[in-house]
Design a protein around this ligand. Structure first.
Ligand code: ADP
Length: 177
């Protein structure tokens, strides 16, 4: 189970996987950080697909913890799964649950599309201010639980932008078995 999870150092947008996960914002219309990088490298087709989702499914924006899937434009990955992480300190103590929802819902969506490989950034740990050590505990526990269920996913990559973030994850992860 934890054997299906691999840690990477590098750029999420270069991952050759079935889906990469975008740490989007509620607007789905692009932002900074990893979101900006995905839209820059993937091209305008992703933004158009996001606009379509806003028009048809989420006119008020994507709620925190939910996930949607789009094409990946010019990216190497096959799809982009967009999810909105919690802003640390702004959800009245529900931050951990909402961060877990991001990972859980992205994996459920990947399974619905029969995808085998998926790569995540460290959702919410940038501009949204989630402490990397706390995120590591939640993410490792959530992934372990999710992969215990019947799923098409055979590989989960956690892609860190900086060595320090990868080290923090390793120090604080709660994988068992
Ligand atoms: P959020 O708003 O959810 O905090 P950010 O994009 O600000 O999202 O940051 C999330 C994490 O993604 C941070 O750890 C940041 O360093 C990292 N990051 C930024 N750009 C990339 C990238 N191209 N590939 C992988 N990780 C990235």
């Amino acid at each position: 189970m934890a054997g299906r999870i691999r840690l990477y150092l590098g750029d999420l947008t270069e991952q050759a996987v079935d889906a990469i996960v975008n740490a989007a914002n509620a607007s789905l219309l692009g932002g900074g950080g990893v979101d900006g990088a995905i839209h820059r490298r993937g091209g305008p087709a992703i933004l158009e697909a996001c606009r379509q989702i806003r028009r048809t499914r989420w006119p008020e924006g994507l709620p925190t913890g939910e996930a949607v899937i789009t094409i990946a434009g010019q990216l190497t990955a096959g799809f982009v799964i967009h999810t909105v992480g919690p802003i640390y300190g702004e959800h009245g103590g529900k931050e951990a649950q909402l961060l877990a929802n991001c990972y859980r819902n992205a994996l459920l969506l990947a399974n619905q599309h029969a995808l085998a490989s998926i790569a995540f950034p460290a959702i919410s740990t940038g501009v949204y201010g989630y402490p990397a050590n706390e995120a590591a505990e939640i993410v490792s526990q959530t992934l372990q639980e999710s992969l215990q269920r019947d799923t098409s996913i055979s590989e989960v990559r956690l892609v860190f932008f900086a060595q320090h973030d990868l080290d923090t994850f390793l120090q604080h992860q709660k994988f068992t078995g």
